[in-house]
Design a protein around this ligand. Structure first.
Ligand SMILES: [Ca+2]
Ligand SMILES: [Ca+2]
Ligand SMILES: [Ca+2]
Length: 281
């Protein structure tokens, strides 16, 4: 009798445990689908180059902070006043300008560059970015979402860049020519990786053949078997943004991307950390 009741308790606990797991994964899914900044990267402190004046008059010598959003955004909904940068002391700043450039090719429009004075790394650095007014997604096939009220911690100046997002790119997008380089015509599948900020080789040159093979892409076949390849080519290069195309010569769906630490730098010269991300579809 005692044994039976233990079994009943175990069965009930098991069911409860399963329902907790289901609830947790539903919550996780909801969180992943909710509109929010994925990263805010303190990329440059009082050091935006002269050329940044093209993006925003007066940007030269200011701070630069790319913010990568969970969804692509409607550019018309984007104003500097929508963002508030909070410093360690609690002091707040509104950016002087916000722009989707340079990551403004078709389907890229999710990296918002905040330009202005957001505190200094060695004295009251920025710690949080809050979206305080309406910023809307531009989704045509899914409900529009509003980023208002969401926030993210700031990745400090001396931290290295990492991949924050990897997503499958539809052929009608990757076959367009943008400002960057294009995938070869033999390409069968493209994954866009989005870094927390722009990256280059430590000598400031663009990535080349050696860096192509540093990228490892996991492929998962319909029967569940997995394999790993490097991209057949890299593209979306030469346009000074935070996106790369991984051009694959296989149709087996890409499910994850890995890039090792210590090969690329952000504009502040900090080496990248290891990245492991799953591919969104
Ligand atoms: Ca681009
Ligand atoms: Ca500053
Ligand atoms: Ca690019």
């Amino acid at each position: 009798m005692k044994k039976n009741s233990l079994c009943v308790v175990a069965a009930l606990f098991g069911l409860a445990h399963v329902s907790v797991i289901v609830a947790e994964s539903a919550q996780q899914l909801a969180a992943e689908q909710s509109a929010r900044p994925l990263s805010a990267f303190f990329g440059l402190d009082n050091n935006l180059p002269f050329g940044a004046n093209v993006l925003c008059l007066g940007a030269w010598g200011e701070d630069g902070m790319p913010v990568v959003l969970s969804h692509t955004v409607n550019p018309d909904s984007l104003q500097a006043e929508d963002f508030r940068v909070v410093r360690q002391s609690g002091a707040t700043n509104t950016p002087m300008c916000v722009t989707l450039r340079p990551a403004s090719d078709v389907d890229e429009n999710r990296t918002v560059l905040l330009i202005g004075e957001f505190g200094n790394a060695d004295d009251d650095p920025p710690v949080k970015v809050v979206i305080v007014d309406d910023v809307l997604s531009d989704a045509k096939n899914s409900p529009q979402v509003n980023f208002r009220g969401s926030q993210v911690s700031v990745i400090p100046l001396n931290a290295g860049p990492e991949i924050i997002l990897a997503a499958a790119v539809p052929k009608d997008v990757w076959s367009l020519s943008g400002r960057g380089t294009s995938c070869p015509t033999a390409t069968k599948q493209v994954v866009r990786v989005t870094w927390t900020g722009g990256v280059s080789l430590p000598n400031r040159e663009e990535l080349g053949e050696a860096q192509r093979t540093l990228y490892k892409v996991s492929l998962t076949a319909a029967d569940g078997s997995r394999s790993e390849v490097s991209p057949a080519a890299l593209a979306e290069l030469g346009d000074a943004d935070n996106n790369h195309f991984l051009c694959l010569d296989t149709t087996t769906p890409a499910t994850a991307v890995v890039f090792p630490a210590g090969h690329l730098v952000d504009p502040n010269g900090d080496l990248n950390t290891e990245s492991k991300v799953t591919v969104r579809r």
